[in-house]
Design a protein around this ligand. Structure first.
Ligand code: XMP
Length: 513
């Protein structure tokens, strides 16, 4: 981002790069993730105040091991190299590194021998770290000194102060290294002399100015879903273009209980925007009639959404820009474990007819999800909007198993609303990635009011997750589960059995369809 000190993070194909990039931003320095083989010229053009080599695959001694360009070390940019990155750094400067048979991580206690500058708060003491035992530093390169050592890692942190090059055999970006944030901050502020400029206020100010410059006085269109990304994007763009922003909210009739009304009221009364609400529930239900295949349901909802959106967009006349809630993880070229670079396909306007010629406005293309939330709060959006749990685009169509009918939707809405209310009342809403109900096609026998019943089985699903790539089922208290089940069976005729889903992802997915 222009005018803000930046640190470049080279990605060698492990989650380390993203975690490091986020920690650096938490320390208020902007970070950019670049592929491991970024040429020196590109790096020079970016002019970062520091360079971080992230962790990566096991060892550097096989043909496919990703290697950075040696020229990057000649630019005079301070380097912090972690794990795999440390191996590359030390080898480049003539050190000796020996690979262990298998990668292994574990806790270790480091004795700080040379505290300045990375360990300055830990002079004469020890630090607990998450160590990479996959290799051993046999001999640091000439000019490098040992900063900290562990029993089985005699050179767990090394540095060449003159050249401002540092290598860590442990991972400062993970929570298992409690001192990690201080160590990263010391690199940023003591070694690189970065200025802290990455704040939500600075992001808002610059982005608003940029949008004003590109789209001021033009007509901008935004599809509002009521979710975090589109809501915060609309709020930010409105700050820049004011009445030039037109929002369309397509109510596909597949939302949770009271949701459509809540969204309409919010954008009319609390956070007024130019908003068109399209009531399209009947159209969607008609298209979904008779369809039971999950993928087909998703396709039908997606295609109908585009059709409705397009009709409304045409009514507005010429539209110059379309707002997209693209996030940074969608934009970075991710490096896979085998070292190849995978270019992520943007989930953008695919499907809109080519004669609707919008330019894209992607105000969050540099942000992680948690940063979008912070920006939302700074823009004055309420907690319950900014901290909403994710909700799938196809809505309840993928939570009503089998054919989607108005009757089944009504049952699911009632049950789901009880799940949400009880989870919220018990203080669990913000501890979970998602909690919701799924209506199955299975019916079971029960007894209601002394009579035999034969009704739907409902699933309660509650998961914890960092990023939805993996998830675990939430260990909700038994009495909370009990309250949920009793209320649903008592208050929702048509459901006579409630089960709790205890499947992790993988092998399951979060949604059922
Ligand atoms: P799965 O079921 O794949 O879901 O484990 C991962 C996360 O993505 C959400 N999800 C969707 N979000 N459109 C969306 O915007 C979709 O079609 C969609 N399908 C799943 C899901 O709720 C979970 O948070």
């Amino acid at each position: 981002m222009k005018g803000i000190d930046t640190v470049a993070v080279l990605d060698f194909g492990s989650p380390s790069a993203r975690l490091l990039a986020r920690k650096i931003r938490e320390a208020r320095v902007f970070s950019e993730i670049l592929p491991f083989d970024t040429p020196p010229e590109k790096l020079k053009a970016l002019a970062p105040c520091g360079l971080v080599l992230a962790g990566g695959p096991e060892g550097t001694d096989h043909g496919a091991a990703p290697r950075c360009h040696p020229g990057i070390f000649q630019l005079g940019i301070p380097v912090l190299a972690i794990g795999y990155g440390m191996q590359l750094l030390l080898q480049e400067f003539g050190g000796k590194v020996r690979a262990a048979a298998a990668p292994e991580y574990g806790r270790a206690t480091l004795k700080v021998e040379n505290p300045e500058p990375l360990f300055m708060e830990f002079s004469g003491s020890t630090v607990e770290v998450w160590l990479n035992h996959g290799f051993q530093v046999e001999e640091p390169p000439p000019g490098f000194t040992v900063l900290a050592a562990a029993a089985h890692a005699p050179a767990a942190a090394v540095g060449n102060h003159e050249k401002r090059l540092y290598g860590l055999q442990f991972h400062p970006e993970v929570t298992r290294t409690p001192a990690g944030f201080s160590i990263i901050s010391n690199f940023l502020y003591q070694v690189c002399r970065c200025r802290p400029g990455w704040t939500p206020e600075a992001f808002i100010e610059r982005t608003v100015a940029e949008i004003k410059e590109t789209a001021g006085g033009k007509r901008v269109l935004c599809a509002l879903s009521g979710g975090v990304d589109s809501t915060v994007a609309a709020a930010l763009v409105q700050r820049a273009v004011g009445a030039g922003l037109n929002c369309i909210f397509v109510d596909h009739g597949l939302l949770r209980k009271g949701e459509a009304e809540r969204i309409r009221r919010f954008f009319q009364d609390e956070f007024p925007l130019n908003l068109v609400v399209v009531e399209a529930g009947e159209r969607f239900l008609k298209r979904l009639r008779g369809i039971t295949d999950p993928e087909e349901k998703r396709r039908v909802v997606g295609a109908e959404f585009i059709r409705v959106f397009e009709e409304e967009a045409r009514k507005l006349g010429t539209v110059d820009f379309l707002v997209q809630g693209t996030l940074y993880p969608d934009v970075i070229e991710s490096v896979t474990r085998d070292g190849t670079v995978k270019i992520k396909s943007h989930h953008n306007v695919g499907g809109l007819p080519p004669d609707l010629k919008f330019k894209l406005l992607e105000p969050f293309r540099l942000l992680f999800k948690d940063e979008v939330r912070v920006v939302g709060t700074k823009l004055g959006l309420p907690e319950e909007v900014v901290w909403r749990q994710p909700f799938p685009g196809p809505g309840l169509a993928v939570r009503v198993l089998g054919e989607v009918t108005p009757e089944k939707l009504a049952l699911l809405r009632e049950a789901d609303s009880i799940v949400t209310r009880e989870i919220t009342a018990a203080g669990w809403y913000h501890k979970l990635w998602q909690a919701f109900a799924v209506l199955t096609e299975t019916r079971s026998v029960g007894v209601r009011g002394g009579k035999r019943s034969y009704e739907h089985v409902l699933v309660v699903r509650a998961v914890t997750s960092e990023d939805a790539m993996s998830a675990d089922w939430a260990r909700l208290p038994y009495d909370l589960l009990d309250r949920i089940a009793r209320r649903i069976i008592n208050e929702v005729p048509g459901i006579n059995r409630v089960v709790y889903d205890i499947t992790a992802k993988p092998p399951g997915t979060i949604e059922w369809e």
